[in-house]
Design a protein around this ligand. Structure first.
Ligand SMILES: *[C@@H]1O[C@H](CO)[C@@H](O)[C@H](O)[C@H]1NC(C)=O
Ligand SMILES: *[C@@H]1O[C@H](CO)[C@@H](O)[C@H](O)[C@H]1NC(C)=O
Ligand SMILES: *[C@@H]1O[C@H](CO)[C@@H](O)[C@H](O)[C@H]1NC(C)=O
Ligand SMILES: *[C@@H]1O[C@H](CO)[C@@H](O)[C@H](O)[C@H]1NC(C)=O
Ligand SMILES: *[C@@H]1O[C@H](CO)[C@@H](O)[C@H](O)[C@H]1NC(C)=O
Ligand SMILES: *[C@@H]1O[C@H](CO)[C@@H](O)[C@H](O)[C@H]1NC(C)=O
Length: 379
């Protein structure tokens, strides 16, 4: 196993990071950093095993409302799991704030379209979500609608957030409790151009009505295109705008306050099978997905794979990403080094923090610990 860093490039990245530091928004001094992570509720990794010293917020992922009433009809087994989640984390030292996340990748996007399209169904959905949050002891709610399908959905999403915020304020006042948190997980860029349909998130409503926005800065490349390898969470790419730096800047440009932007970091990688073993760069020809679960591997699995097979590990400073290869296997991911550089970038940009997808995928908290340490003003 070998590691290679191109130091001149590393130096120029650090230079960019530190030279731009003074532009950091002063709002950061008042808003504590968000160091969040999602916990998949079907995970075998129990909430009691979470090192809560590393995270400010933990998301329970996921819940779906009824397709008919748009209310949450929670089964007894889910109720047990949710109570256990909030109770367990509430007793830990320190206790992180908890949110439950609604939707998730692969969930029924059209259900959310229908719900958001009418004031009556929005109201039922919002009231039910808030009732769930209070009943199970969560501090907030997160909407992960992947993705609003068209401009009309985006407009309705703006209405939904506005009405949701109003309901939160009213409830907090009536009950004399701290207002519930409201966040959303979103596409890497404010503009979405998927399936040939262009639509843009309602940035003004989001800035005004959300506590913050979890920007999913990953999945730029993957098994849906097996012809070339790719850095699936690249910070930079000289030939494309599908990058974390472009995505985060697009949200700022659209008017979302820097203090309300949180950068997603993947605790997983994406793998390919190389066409020719002697070409093993980012963008080299590939023929199929590589090792792992249909081309996806957790960081923990990647570390084991690298060690077991003596893979060569490369830190690519053009994209700010890590990859490893051995034989015809190639895996693109982030490790503690590239995550540190991305956190330097995020802090120079003056954003609020970071989140990980997902708990249970780190290797002995290696990346989570390094991220928490690297975030200078964090607590
Ligand atoms: C949800 O309801 C719609 C009609 O309102 C139906 O077309 C769709 O198949 C349903 N989806 C699921 C997952 O039940
Ligand atoms: C769910 O729990 C409730 C009360 O805790 C109980 O009355 C009901 O029978 C349970 N339902 C099932 C399907 O176990
Ligand atoms: C949560 O579940 C775990 C594992 O099933 C159990 O050991 C623990 O006692 C439960 N905790 C609470 C607070 O219910
Ligand atoms: C594997 O991933 C590809 C692309 O992401 C997807 O189209 C395919 O359905 C997946 N196959 C399985 C068996 O999950
Ligand atoms: C796969 O990705 C490469 C590089 O981004 C691109 O040139 C190619 O057109 C893509 N192929 C498909 C089928 O999308
Ligand atoms: C990236 O975005 C900028 C501005 O939005 C645009 O001018 C440029 O053509 C885009 N580049 C690519 C490679 O799509």
């Amino acid at each position: 196993m070998a590691a290679r860093i191109i130091y001149s490039q590393l130096f120029s990245i650090l230079n960019i990071v530190f030279l731009t530091l003074p532009t950091r928004s002063v709002a950061m001094a008042f808003a504590p950093a968000v160091k969040a992570a999602y916990w998949p509720s079907d995970s075998t990794f129990p909430p009691s095993a979470i090192d809560t010293s590393l995270f400010s917020h933990i998301h329970y992922a996921f819940l779906m409302p009824s397709n008919v009433t748009y209310k949450f009809e929670i089964s007894n087994s889910t109720a047990l799991l949710m109570s256990n989640f909030t109770t367990t984390l509430g007793h830990m030292n320190p206790p992180p704030a908890t949110l439950f996340s609604i939707g998730g990748g692969g969930s029924d996007s059209l259900l959310f379209s229908r719900m958001a399209s009418k004031p009556k169904s929005r109201k039922a959905f919002i009231a039910s979500a808030m009732e769930v949050a209070r009943k199970f002891g969560f501090d907030g709610m997160d909407l992960d609608w992947e993705y609003p399908n068209n401009p009309k959905d985006m407009k309705n999403l703006g209405h939904l957030f506005k009405e949701w915020r109003r309901a939160i304020k009213v409830e907090a006042k009536a009950t004399c409790r701290a207002p519930l948190l409201l966040t959303a997980a979103v596409y890497f860029s404010v503009e979405v151009n998927l399936d040939g349909v262009y639509r843009k998130y309602p940035a003004n409503s989001m800035d005004k009505n959300l506590d913050w926005v979890n920007v999913m800065c990953f999945d730029y490349h993957g098994g849906w295109n097996t012809s070339v390898t790719g850095a699936h969470a690249a910070l930079y790419d000289s030939s494309s705008n599908v990058t974390t730096s472009y995505g985060l800047r697009s949200w700022i440009k659209a008017g979302v306050a820097r203090s309300k932007l949180v950068m997603g970091l993947p605790l997983y990688g994406r793998s390919w099978q190389l066409k020719d073993q002697s070409f093993h760069e980012i963008g080299s020809a590939a023929v199929a997905v590589g090792p792992g679960d249909n081309g996806t591997m957790t960081f923990l699995e990647i570390e084991e794979f690298n060690k077991k097979n003596g893979a060569i590990i490369v830190h690519d400073m053009d994209s700010v990403s890590t990859y490893s290869y051995v034989g015809s296997s190639w895996v693109g991911y982030d490790d503690d080094i590239t995550v540190t550089l991305k956190i330097g970038f995020a802090q120079a940009l003056g954003i609020r923090g970071y989140f990980f997808w997902a708990l249970g995928s780190d290797s002995e908290w290696k990346i989570s610990k390094q991220a928490s340490r690297a975030w200078i003003l964090g607590e």
